[in-house]
Ligand binder design. Structure first.
Ligand SMILES: NC(=O)c1ccc[n+]([C@@H]2O[C@H](COP(=O)([O-])OP(=O)(O)OC[C@H]3O[C@@H](n4cnc5c(N)ncnc54)[C@H](O)[C@@H]3O)[C@@H](O)[C@H]2O)c1
Length: 246
């Protein structure tokens, strides 16, 4: 399969590129030049529609892992909306025009309302965690866009909702903080990569959300995800002290 990976040079994108490029031909895209494992790399701004039309040419599926920089991209609306919302809509619309029918969207379990009753927040419907600021709002909008293009153009999307993304082994967050303890929400980007591979391989993928973590915890029902994708995380953060965070 020929894939697009947006945000390929980012913290998560770099791990995703390793896994995806080992199984598929991957065109990585980022607004800054970065070293990735993608077979092809383009510097491009996804907030420009014509650019999106060009970067998806000849591809079979899209993996969306772009995001506006945190924290400064979320202080006022323009950057977060241009990248997270407009960029995502641009890519879906260009996919519709090009006849591409499969997307993996990296969302966040931050869109979920905390608590057991909200484990199955429906894509584009919720219940959603409104009132938490521009990051969460634009992540919710991304899921709404996925719903819209599923209805309008039958584009199947696997919405992957990770919690806290950290490389096992490095144990340093994207903000440079050292991890001191284990959390159930921890996930290595390479495990998000294998979840994306599993979703892309589903012959009957529809519009589906996958809350992903080490195991079930609070709002994240990892068990149903693991059963549907036949996927389990490989990176278990075993060197970190365990805490009771079920
Ligand atoms: N980091 C976490 O703990 C975490 C947790 C949950 C979900 N996520 C999700 O994972 C995904 C990746 O997050 P990350 O933490 O790796 O972010 P990141 O900021 O490290 O990577 C995002 C990449 O997108 C690129 N980008 C920004 N604007 C662009 C544009 N206009 N055109 C093309 N590329 C552009 C950036 O240059 C960057 O390389 C996001 O969808 C985020 O919501 C992250």
């Amino acid at each position: 399969m020929k894939l697009l990976l947006t945000g390929a040079g980012g913290y998560t994108g770099r791990g995703l590129s390793e896994v995806l490029a080992a199984h598929h031909s991957v065109r990585g895209v980022d607004i800054v030049e970065k070293k990735t494992a993608c077979q092809e790399f383009k510097v491009a701004d996804i907030s420009n529609y014509e650019t999106c039309q060009k970067i998806i040419e000849g591809l079979d599926a899209l993996v969306m892992c772009h995001m506006a920089p945190n924290p400064h991209g979320y202080k006022t609306p323009p950057m977060s909306f241009d990248i997270n919302a407009k960029g995502t809509a641009n890519l879906y619309h260009a996919a519709q025009e090009a006849g591409i029918k499969k997307v993996v969207l990296i969302s966040s379990c931050g869109v979920l309302v905390e608590g057991k009753s909200n484990r199955d927040a429906q894509i584009g419907v919720g219940p959603y965690n409104y009132g938490k600021g521009l990051y969460t709002l634009t992540k919710i909008i991304q899921e709404c866009i996925a719903l819209d293009y599923f209805k309008a153009a039958q584009i199947a999307t696997a919405v992957l909702r990770p919690g806290w993304i950290v490389y096992d082994g490095e144990l340093v967050t994207k903000y440079g903080e050292k991890m001191e303890r284990y959390y159930s929400s921890l996930l290595d980007p390479r495990d998000i990569g294998t979840a994306a591979l599993a979703a892309l391989a589903l012959p009957d993928l529809g519009l589906e959300s996958f809350n992903i973590g080490q195991h079930d915890y609070s709002e994240v029902n990892s068990t149903t995800t693991q059963a549907r994708l036949k996927w389990t995380p490989t990176y278990r953060f075993e060197s970190l002290p365990r805490v009771d965070d079920k």
